[in-house]
Design a protein around this ligand. Structure first.
Ligand code: SAM
Length: 280
């Protein structure tokens, strides 16, 4: 049965191009175009935006993004086997899909994109967290992207949206919530993918705020959060000892308890500590 975009069903595309999934590339494909359209819609209105998609694979999500009206899609794919299938999609949507073959960790996509830019991806699990941390920690804020709509293992998604005091709360939560609004918009069972992964997945929508919720130096905040959560069972006075000789007094001056653990400290609290540590 022909699809809404006139292209063949994804199972046929995969068979025609011999796209057997490779574990080393984190290949778990979404073949249900209703589902990929739902993920595209979770990114909001795409009609006035360029979309960066990392890892289009056979193009299920790419087709969802284009069908939902994305102005342009730039897709970065490491597996050259996927390029002929993606070329067929580009031909069905003239001038709206550009595909770059390469490693998303090494490619600078900015030269190929015009703001406003949204990032939407069913990320390869092996590079997903690294890309997210990069996108959340640019030199300047607001970042080049307006929003991130990303599929992760459910456990990683829960770490991004976690609240203080929970087991999942850590560095990812502080980085995501300091300067952005993060929420889980969709949870998917393993069977939604081909082949099914071992765990459930979830789509997180992260919208960049125009400015950080609380003032703080980004590099200092990152160092504090990394040190605090590296030894998350330890009290702050001990886990942050390397950051200042008078750390206990500094923690108190920031309105926090030196005996607290990192997982009890809110984003606001970490920012207060970063401001305190920035003082001479
Ligand atoms: N977007 C497709 C979908 O939803 O069905 C495929 C998603 S699959 C989870 C991840 C995709 O990322 C694969 O196509 C894989 O080849 C690609 N990939 C893996 N590592 C990559 C990297 N470093 N840079 C770009 N693409 C990569």
């Amino acid at each position: 049965m022909p699809m809404i975009d006139g292209l063949p069903p994804l199972r046929e595309v995969i068979a025609a191009h011999g796209l057997s999934a490779r574990k080393a590339l984190g290949q778990n494909f979404l073949l249900d175009l209703n589902l990929t359209a739902r993920i595209a819609r979770a990114a909001g209105d795409l009609s006035g935006a360029d979309v960066l998609e990392v890892g289009p694979g056979p193009g299920g999500l790419t087709r969802g993004l284009l069908a939902e009206g994305a102005r342009r899609v730039l897709a970065v794919e490491k597996d050259p086997r996927c390029l002929p299938a993606l070329a067929e999609i580009a031909a069905a949507y003239p001038g709206r899909l550009e595909v770059i073959e390469g490693d998303a960790l090494r490619i600078d996509p900015l030269a190929h994109l015009t703001p406003p830019i949204k990032i939407v991806a069913n990320l390869p699990y092996n590079v997903g967290t690294e890309l997210l941390v990069r996108w959340l920690t640019p030199d300047a804020w607001p970042p080049f992207w307006q929003s991130l709509t990303l599929m992760f293992q459910k456990e990683v998604a829960e770490r991004i949206v976690a609240a203080p005091g929970s087991k999942a709360y850590g560095r990812l939560a502080v980085l995501a919530q300091w300067r952005a609004e993060a929420k889980i918009v969709l949870t998917l069972p393993p069977e939604a993918f081909t082949p099914p992964p071992k765990v459930s997945s979830a789509v997180v929508h992260i919208a960049a705020l125009p400015e950080p919720r609380f003032p703080a130096d980004a590099v200092l905040l990152s160092r504090i959060v990394a040190a605090g959560f590296n030894q998350r069972r330890k009290m702050l006075r001990s886990s942050l000892r390397g950051l200042a000789p008078d750390i206990e007094a500094r923690i108190e001056a920031a309105g926090l308890k030196p005996t607290s653990r990192a997982e009890e400290i809110s984003v606001e609290g970490f920012c207060a500590l970063a401001r305190e540590l920035a003082r001479p």
